[in-house]
Design a protein around this ligand. Structure first.
Ligand SMILES: *[C@@H]1O[C@H](CO)[C@@H](O)[C@H](O)[C@H]1NC(C)=O
Ligand SMILES: *[C@@H]1O[C@H](CO)[C@@H](O)[C@H](O)[C@H]1NC(C)=O
Ligand SMILES: *[C@@H]1O[C@H](CO)[C@@H](O)[C@H](O)[C@H]1NC(C)=O
Ligand SMILES: *[C@@H]1O[C@H](CO)[C@@H](O)[C@H](O)[C@H]1NC(C)=O
Ligand SMILES: *[C@@H]1O[C@H](CO)[C@@H](O)[C@H](O)[C@H]1NC(C)=O
Ligand SMILES: *[C@@H]1O[C@H](CO)[C@@H](O)[C@H](O)[C@H]1NC(C)=O
Ligand SMILES: *[C@@H]1O[C@H](CO)[C@@H](O)[C@H](O)[C@H]1NC(C)=O
Ligand SMILES: *[C@@H]1O[C@H](CO)[C@@H](O)[C@H](O)[C@H]1NC(C)=O
Ligand SMILES: *[C@@H]1O[C@H](CO)[C@@H](O)[C@H](O)[C@H]1NC(C)=O
Ligand SMILES: *[C@@H]1O[C@H](CO)[C@@H](O)[C@H](O)[C@H]1NC(C)=O
Ligand SMILES: *[C@@H]1O[C@H](CO)[C@@H](O)[C@H](O)[C@H]1NC(C)=O
Length: 629
């Protein structure tokens, strides 16, 4: 009796031991992961030691409660390149969370993911996947969040998505998807973005509850109201015209002007220091005075004011005849590209909400027009009347830095390499520092943002739109686009100061580093502030994760990127007088390139430890915030 009891307990203890040993590690899943990592090139090392236990020990891996299967793999920003090796990670048949976001993964959507039937969260955004989404999404019955944004997927949106009854978040933004949007009947869907693709047709009824931003950057219309949503900007041969009100005004003004005035303009413009071209008043008396109803005729101010060194021979009439295309709507008005008959292009900016009188406006223009610097976009002429305020600038064929960073992939978008981004940063800094020396060292730009920075002929940054902020009526808060650049202390755009310019410049640097907009809404609801996001990521020592994936292909620039990141962070500190002066910022950004690769002076106190050479930082970190399970 006794012996058999002891024997029995012995067997039980033995069995328990065996079972617990077996339980401590999901053997098959472990092999699958080892196969995966072995055949998938990556730039950061992982602590996936075959001799240690997987569960709660391997970076980015989580197991089921009984530790028999792997349920989560989160490997953002590990530097994967190439295609996902077939039949490796897809063997983790109990996987619920898979995040491979922010890598450089290319190739088609992995067809063998169909084996991951338990998938609930799939994050593949910010990679380089391409080809059509030719998978049947119905296999993932429990899928709740799918994020494939910022890849190069093409083809149409699969209608099998409408089988995913548990789907709450779907982000396919910034791919190259085409065709109509299928009628996705997804009652639980709360976050949706299909923005920045090449989708056409109408927004289906089932998705009309989502904000327009979910569909922006496509050529769709809302229902059949034919409201074009953010019309494509550069469409050769299909250019729009100046806004109707402006046109009307210009037409009337232009007709009155006539050929005589044009010749007159040519002469006056380049002979006078500041040639004031009269459509009425001083220069154009008698027969040339405009009729009633002409733009601003009430205050007798119909003239285009040119600045010194005018190379342009045009007037309002020419601007009228020019084919104009909308370049974009900015904080202070709409910008048009006007192609003059002689082949030159200028940018005409139509200001709205000017809050100062003519005199004050002209005084400010006098200061702005005098600023000459290779890193400041020149104001060529302006026009002020009661109803219309126009600014004329040089045209830059590449478009703004914003367009280059955030434009659609393909469609002639120039990908900004690291050298160019450095030169943009240096040029913009020099331009702003120069602006700050004007007006007795008190001048403020007031509206620094990537859509106001252009590439000059040497491919350095050149800033535009200066000195307008103080002229405007206070902007109704919160204008999201502007607030992303606006320093926290600036509550009234007219009261910007030089430290707030420094802040905005810091945001511009972050934009160059991350290629993310300073404020972007996600799925129509969540607002992401670039500064806060970077600050949180860097605080967690996740520095490498903030950088634009497109920069990953350039070798040996990590130290420079980290250095620029540090400069940016010092510019966006909350307390205004702790920010560096613009002249110091110029020196710092100029120094980025002078740093000798072997000189560790800068990296000693930096967070550059997160680069490849350094010990692996925790990969889970920030990911957990975006996944709630
Ligand atoms: C794993 O353990 C074996 C011996 O048990 C040893 O030879 C091997 O080097 C270890 N591998 C690693 C990566 O530590
Ligand atoms: C975790 O892995 C390390 C080696 O990477 C090992 O020394 C340690 O014992 C492991 N911990 C557990 C709980 O397995
Ligand atoms: C996942 O694993 C990590 C360690 O790798 C651990 O810190 C974390 O608590 C785990 N999360 C869950 C949900 O089990
Ligand atoms: C889906 O999730 C439920 C629990 O939420 C689970 O019972 C079911 O097995 C899952 N189905 C699949 C196919 O994974
Ligand atoms: C999608 O892109 C691939 C190349 O990545 C191309 O071969 C294919 O024709 C494209 N398909 C569509 C529908 O545009
Ligand atoms: C999945 O969706 C397709 C197309 O929408 C439909 O034909 C099919 O019946 C659906 N399958 C299931 C299981 O719901
Ligand atoms: C929508 O997205 C935001 C941010 O990603 C998240 O906080 C929120 O929980 C999401 N809602 C759903 C239902 O997924
Ligand atoms: C998808 O990824 C983008 C970019 O990281 C993120 O902003 C967004 O919140 C994600 N959307 C969902 C639904 O998870
Ligand atoms: C977008 O679609 C239009 C017509 O549907 C096509 O002409 C154009 O080339 C497409 N652009 C891209 C980037 O796919
Ligand atoms: C436009 O909407 C009306 C109802 O508002 C509907 O009768 C008509 O069929 C729609 N036209 C198209 C082309 O969808
Ligand atoms: C993305 O893939 C395309 C080819 O599909 C390649 O030309 C490009 O260099 C890749 N970009 C990155 C950042 O790896």
């Amino acid at each position: 009796m006794n012996t058999s009891f002891i024997l029995l307990s012995g067997i039980l203890v033995y069995l328990t031991l065996v079972v617990s040993v077996a339980r401590s590690d999901p053997v098959e899943d472990k092999i699958a992961l080892l196969d995966f990592i072995k055949s998938f090139p990556h730039s950061r090392s992982l602590n996936w030691n075959p001799n240690s236990t997987v569960c709660n020990n391997w970076t980015g891996v989580n197991c089921s409660l009984d530790r028999t299967r792997i349920t989560a793999v989160r490997l953002p920003g590990v530097g994967f390149t190439g295609g996902i090796p077939q039949n490796t990670i897809s063997r983790l048949s109990e996987l619920q969370i898979l995040s491979l976001r922010s890598n450089g993964i290319s190739g088609p959507f992995p067809s063998d993911f169909a084996n991951l039937k338990k998938l609930v969260y799939l994050y593949l955004q910010f990679n380089n996947f391409s080809g059509p989404l030719s998978v049947d999404f119905s296999v993932w019955k429990n899928l709740s969040v799918v994020n494939l944004s910022h890849n190069s997927f093409n083809g149409s949106i699969p209608s099998s998505l409408s089988n995913l009854s548990r789907l709450t978040g779907l982000n396919l933004a910034s791919n190259s998807l085409t065709g109509d949007i299928p009628d996705l009947n997804l009652p639980n869907l709360q976050n949706l973005s299909l923005a920045n693709n090449n989708l056409t047709g109408n927004v289906p009824k089932s998705l009309l509850r989502f904000p327009i931003s979910a569909f922006s950057g496509n050529s769709m219309s809302l229902m059949n109201s034919s409201i074009p949503i953010s019309p494509p900007i550069h469409k050769a041969g299909n250019s729009g015209k100046l806004g109707e009100a402006a046109l009307l005004g210009i037409i009337i003004g232009g007709c009155v002007l006539g050929v005589l005035a044009f010749v007159f303009l040519l002469v006056v413009c380049c002979s006078k220091r500041k040639g004031e071209i009269g459509l009425s008043g001083k220069a154009g008396k008698g027969d040339m005075s405009p009729e009633k109803g002409v733009i601003g005729s009430q205050d007798g101010s119909n003239r285009l004011t040119f600045f010194e060194g005018c190379n342009y021979a045009f007037d309002l009439e020419d601007l009228l005849r020019a084919s104009a295309e909308v370049l974009g709507k900015g904080t202070f008005g709409t910008a048009y590209k006007a192609l003059l008959e002689d082949g030159t292009s200028v940018v005409v900016k139509r200001l709205k909400e000017v809050g100062v009188g003519k005199r004050e406006f002209e005084q400010q223009m006098d200061v702005v027009g005098r600023i000459r610097h290779e890193n400041v976009v020149e104001l060529r002429a302006y026009y002020y009347s009661k109803d219309e305020k126009l600014m004329v600038y040089d045209y830059y064929s590449h478009g703004s830095i914003s367009a280059m960073l955030h434009g659609k992939r393909g469609e002639g978008r120039i990908s900004l390499d690291w050298d160019t981004r450095l030169k943009i940063a240096i040029g913009a800094a020099r331009g702003i520092a120069y602006i700050h020396t004007e007006n007795g060292g008190k001048f403020v730009h007031g509206n620094i943002k990537s859509s106001n920075v252009f590439l000059n002929s040497q491919n350095y940054g050149s800033v535009s739109d200066l000195g307008l902020a103080t002229l405007m009526t206070p902007l109704a808060p919160p204008i999201a686009r502007a607030t992303g650049y606006r320093a926290p202390e600036v509550t009234d755009s007219r009261k910007s100061a030089q430290p707030s310019d420094v802040y905005s410049y810091g945001v511009l640097l972050l934009e160059l580093l991350t290629a993310k907009s300073p404020v972007h809404t996600v799925g129509g609801s969540e607002v992401v502030h670039l500064v806060r996001w970077v600050q949180s990521v860097v605080r967690e020592e996740w520095t490498a994760e903030v950088f634009d994936v497109e920069l990953m292909r350039y070798p040996n620039i990590e130290e420079e990127m980290v250095e620029m990141l540090q400069i940016a962070m010092s510019c966006v500190v909350r307390v205004a007088d702790q920010r560096p002066k613009m002249t110091d910022v110029v020196k710092m950004v100029e120094d980025i390139r002078r740093v000798d690769a072997t000189d560790h002076r800068h990296s000693s106190e930096s967070k550059s430890e997160s680069s490849t050479a350094a010990p692996t930082p925790p990969v889970v970190g920030t990911e957990s915030s975006s996944i709630q399970t």
